[in-house]
Design a binder for this molecule. Structure first.
Ligand SMILES: CC(C)(COP(=O)(O)OP(=O)(O)OC[C@H]1O[C@@H](n2cnc3c(N)ncnc32)[C@H](O)[C@@H]1OP(=O)(O)O)[C@@H](O)C(=O)NCCC(=O)NCCSC(=O)C[C@H](O)C(=O)O
Ligand SMILES: [Mg+2]
Length: 288
């Protein structure tokens, strides 16, 4: 049994949108982010906080990973959001615009003090230039931190860049965040695609994200879930090849190098194939 948690499709929904919270019970995403930050107007912050905490406590989202995104450090809502989220005990508390390792340690301590259960992890959003300069230390700052989530909208805004197909203006930042996440051994989740009607552009960005190495993608609309689930899952061919490659290596009876389908196979390829199978098994277990 794999201990890998699929995070192919991570759907944001405004904590203030009752219809979305209800609808999310039937959406086949791997994870939900109940948002208290950007998607919620200032006068709806308190009611959204209550609704998100109640939604987590309802246990209505089955085996999906359920998280709450609180308002950022330094905002007037941050402390109350953190306390409410800690007592609701979601799978993770997502904190936007985290910039330093010190902030990560402070957040972990605050969650502890607020009585967050051990299973409540911390996900830090990386979406500012300051964070990218500190991301290596930030990613390794606390055992409670289990994911980096990229905020491409804020990043593009902060860089005075533009959203373009292929994302050339932000690729150096995306790679830097991935390197930091992989070095720390935590998940890294790609940013959102804003045009909910542009399926072709969305799928191209999912493929790019998978090829770069992201665990999955954050989403803003239920119509994006299926595409992300499929793009970030190993294909049938990849699963078959992983099994074949492992079998070929084991048949080599201790040889350090063999071939499979004409290609060189060494132990490092076997490790990658085992990871592919672990992801596949975790997805099968989640999807049932
Ligand atoms: C983008 C939207 C405002 C579009 O809303 P709408 O026009 O209402 O969509 P539809 O009419 O197509 O909706 C169809 C049905 O699906 C439900 N729905 C829509 N979106 C969601 C959702 N996210 N989760 C659950 N359910 C959803 C509608 O209720 C309809 O249901 P039904 O009544 O049964 O037909 C909207 O999609 C939306 O609000 N999306 C989320 C926006 C959000 O959370 N934004 C904040 C996060 S993005 C971000 O900040 C990333 C980061 O910080 C960065 O910097 O990049
Ligand atoms: Mg943002």
């Amino acid at each position: 049994m794999s201990d890998f948690t699929p995070l192919r499709s991570v759907l944001y929904m405004p904590g203030s949108n009752e219809r979305a919270l209800e609808k999310a019970r039937t959406i086949a995403c791997d994870a939900l982010i109940l948002d208290l930050e950007d998607a919620v107007a200032p006068d709806a912050k308190a009611s959204a906080r209550e609704a998100a905490a109640a939604a987590v406590a309802s246990g209505a989202y089955g085996r999906r990973t359920v998280t709450i995104r609180v308002n950022g450090i330094g905002t007037e809502w941050h402390a109350a959001d953190l306390v409410a989220a800690a007592s609701a005990g979601p799978d993770a508390v997502v904190v936007p615009k985290v910039e330093t390792a010190e902030q990560v340690r402070g957040l972990a301590t605050a969650l502890e003090w607020a009585g967050a259960p051990e299973h409540t992890k911390l996900w830090a959003m990386v979406e500012t230039p300051e964070a990218i300069f500190d991301v290596r230390e930030l990613a390794a700052a606390s055992p409670r931190l289990s994911a980096l989530v990229i905020g491409t909208n804020d990043l593009v805004k902060e860089l005075y860049a533009e959203h373009v197909p292929g994302r050339a203006p932000i690729l150096p930042s995306l790679h830097t965040i991935l390197l930091a996440g992989r070095a720390a051994g935590i998940a890294v989740i790609d940013g959102v695609y804003n045009d909910v009607k542009d399926t072709e552009g969305f799928l191209a960005e999912c493929t790019q994200g998978r090829q770069m190495g992201f665990d999955g993608k954050t989403l803003i609309h239920p119509g994006q879930v299926e595409g992300a689930n499929s793009a970030f899952a190993p294909s049938e061919q990849a699963v078959e090849d992983a099994r074949g490659l492992i079998a070929a290596f084991e048949d080599g009876k201790g040889a350090g190098v063999v071939t499979y389908n004409g290609k060189m196979v060494e132990n490092l390829h076997v490790e990658s194939a085992r990871r592919t199978l672990a992801i596949h098994e975790a997805i099968v277990a989640l999807d049932g």
